[in-house]
Design a protein around this ligand. Structure first.
Ligand SMILES: [Zn+2]
Length: 125
């Protein structure tokens, strides 16, 4: 059979195209016996817009915590470090797995890094 995405000849019943890497999933329903192929690969490239948005929002929260005028206590420092690590991981995952929202994810990584480093510097004091 031919790959639906790159039109290369692939083994019948193959679940993954060896040329373009598309996952070919056949879904057979009772009402519609037609085989529908889903390109998971495309979906993965596009990605979820939620990841970079969450990362950036967490980065902004970190910045807001930084302008906190009260003296820093252990809870606030711990909270900042925890939140910034979460935002940093989400940002890195977003940048490394998808193109979508890359700018926002990078902003998130930068902001959460600042938050994380500031949190650490407070911890050392
Ligand atoms: Zn293909």
């Amino acid at each position: 059979m031919l790959c639906l995405f790159c039109k290369e000849e692939i083994r019948d019943g193959a679940i993954k195209c060896k040329y373009c890497g598309s996952i070919l999933t056949s879904i057979q329903t009772q009402t519609d016996p037609k085989i529908v192929y889903v390109n998971h690969n495309l979906k993965q490239k596009e990605g979820f817009i939620a990841l970079p948005i969450i990362s950036m929002i967490i980065g902004i929260i970190c910045l807001l915590l930084l302008i906190e005028p009260e003296p820093w206590d252990q809870d606030l420092i711990g909270g900042l470090i925890f939140v910034s690590i979460v935002g940093l991981v989400i940002g890195i995952v977003s940048v490394s797995t998808q193109k979508r929202g890359r700018g926002m994810a990078i902003s998130g990584i930068i902001l959460t890094s600042i938050g994380f480093l500031f949190g650490l510097s407070q911890l050392v004091k």
